[in-house]
Design a binder for this molecule. Structure first.
Ligand SMILES: [Zn+2]
Length: 554
């Protein structure tokens, strides 16, 4: 599809920087029940808009004019855009038309729960979800189920409807309330926290109410259903910078892998570190819980599996899946573990980012398709979330006045380049070292790419030999030292991803006969002479023995 965009654009106001502050809310049982009812109305309304919008999208795509518009070559962008815009206009597939739709759908009892602006923001949300499908960025939309419910709702402004007010007393310290309908929900404000105090000193653009599931109804701040409510304030300005987070001036090359990162500044010390290694045990625990849930599901639903234990195809009229109590308990436990893991990962990312920014805030890295990575390295990408790390880094760097340059991989091909001879030689995945006949290396490949990135010109990101001659003098030793330190840590017992080219301390050498044969085969595929050299003398053929048996005994 990719009709790169046919949305009507209003001359919009210049965007001001925004940052977010989250405050927990205190709710009593009555308030929680009423909030739940409002959110449930929001959920039904969202589903209604999404369903109506989906119909519009389907009808639009079924129109022969859609095929015709898709057939317009991309070399004629204006015609293409006009064709898609006309289609969107005819079928009412635009944010504006969705707002109209929301106005029509917000009737009777829904209107009591949702004010017009909240209905609009929900319609915008539904439109964005469907537009992703329309642009081919998503395959389908998700309706919000009753069990999960709607977990957040937001306003556009802070003067009517859902809004946050601050009642300041002396010294600027006061109480904050989230107002919605007739509810007043008190926020817990820790004025001694500089982040909170900094945030509340800024004008509020709008507020968002978020419902989070706690681990159990007995968890701190949770209501009877085990829900917690927080308010997120969108504030105008720049986020707080802790004084301990100093900002450096260097230019840094970054090479991000699915589970490791190489950081090479132009002058300072280089680093090769695993990404989120601390999360490994938690990820394993989650994996164990997943297996447990699978067993529990099987035990409770034998009718859903055939005699070989394969899940049966689900048709209409199939019996419902049953959930045992213990299954539900495991599911809650797993959800809690996952929430904790996500929070832990975020803090680890933050720590790494501040370490990077301490050295410098001009960062050059190759632009990577994280979606492609997800397919190839699903597990480590899921655990380490490198795409999230880059997004977080981009925001942090921008808020300190620096830039994150993402250079296109296709033109730079840093992982293939050698600055000594200027050639591009692709390395297979297992080859973790860059060593070139021209005399460059051996050097760990991620460190080497990061070094190449550090000295790129972001305006013209084509690596050239001349650029690297002088920097290489000093860098070689730094890169080696970085790898040395990583090896040291591995020897101390820290688990390193295999991609870093470090064998684990105390790793067992291949001993089993299976592996030994493999080695022999590997040798013989390389060169017969070499392979034969290590072979014992072939035993003489006994009478009655076939040569086939002989070859077996070898
Ligand atoms: Zn070379």
């Amino acid at each position: 599809m990719g009709n790169k965009h046919a949305e009507e654009r209003k001359p919009s106001k210049p965007k001001t920087p925004t940052f977010l502050l989250e405050l927990p809310l205190m709710t009593d049982a009555g308030q929680a029940a009423r909030l739940g009812a409002h959110l449930e109305a929001g959920r039904q309304f969202y589903n209604a808009v999404l369903s109506a919008g989906q119909q519009r999208l389907r009808r639009m795509r079924a129109d022969p004019a859609w095929q015709a518009a898709c057939a317009i070559p991309r070399t004629q962008p204006q015609e293409r855009r006009a064709a898609f815009a006309a289609l969107r206009e005819r079928y009412g597939f635009s944010e504006y038309a969705f707002h109209e739709l929301a106005r029509k759908l917000r009737v009777s009892w829904l209107a009591e729960h949702l004010d017009a602006v909240l209905a609009q923001t929900l319609a915008t949300r539904a439109y964005r979800a469907l537009n992703r499908v329309c642009l081919g960025k998503a395959r389908r939309v998700r309706f919000k189920s009753k069990g999960r419910g709607l977990s957040s709702i937001e306003n556009k402004r802070n003067d009517t409807g859902l809004r946050f007010v601050l009642q300041t007393h002396d010294q600027g310290r006061g109480q904050g309330y989230l107002l919605w309908h007739d509810e007043q929900l008190r926020a817990l404000i820790d004025w001694d926290d500089p982040v909170v105090a900094h945030g509340l000193a800024h004008p509020i653009k709008y507020a968002r109410l978020v419902r989070r599931r706690a681990s159990s109804p007995r968890a701190q701040g949770a209501d009877r259903q085990g829900e917690r409510y927080v308010v997120q304030l969108m504030l105008k300005g720049l986020p707080h910078h802790k004084p301990k987070h100093t900002i450096g001036t260097e230019t840094i090359g970054l090479d991000l892998g699915p589970s490791s990162v190489a950081i090479v500044p132009q002058q300072a010390e280089a680093h090769l570190v695993p990404l989120c290694a601390e999360l490994r045990p938690d990820a394993h625990a989650i994996r164990r819980l997943q297996r447990k849930m699978e067993r529990q599901r099987r035990a409770a639903n034998p009718e859903h599996y055939d005699d070989k234990g394969r899940p049966k195809k689900r048709g209409k009229g199939a019996p419902r899946w049953k959930q045992s109590r213990s299954y539900q308990a495991s599911r809650r436990r797993k959800a809690t573990k996952e929430r904790k893991l996500a929070a832990h990962r975020k803090s680890l990312h933050g720590r790494m980012i501040h370490q990077i920014v301490r050295t410098g805030n001009t960062i050059i890295t190759e632009k990577i398709s994280y979606r492609g990575w997800q397919k190839r390295y699903g597990r480590s990408v899921g655990r380490c979330a490198p795409g999230m790390l880059i997004d977080h880094l981009r925001r942090t760097v921008a808020s300190t006045g620096g830039t994150l340059h993402e250079v296109p991989t296709r033109s730079t091909k840093l992982s293939q380049f050698c600055h000594g001879c200027g050639t591009f030689v692709p390395k297979p995945l297992w080859q973790r070292w860059h060593q070139c006949p021209c005399g460059v290396g051996p050097v760990q490949r991620d460190l080497y790419s990061a070094f190449l990135a550090a000295f790129l010109d972001p305006a013209d990101p084509i690596p050239s030999c001349a650029r690297y001659v002088v920097p290489w003098e000093g860098a070689e030793a730094r890169l080696r030292a970085a790898h040395e330190r990583a090896t040291q840590r591995a020897n101390e017992g820290q688990v390193m991803p295999r991609s870093m080219g470090i064998s684990r301390a105390g790793a067992r050498l291949p001993k089993s006969p299976g592996e030994a044969t493999q080695e022999l085969l590997f040798l013989s595929s390389r060169g017969k002479v070499e392979a034969w050299k290590h072979r014992p003398e072939p035993p003489g053929l006994q009478p009655g023995e076939s040569s086939a048996k002989l070859s077996q005994s070898l």
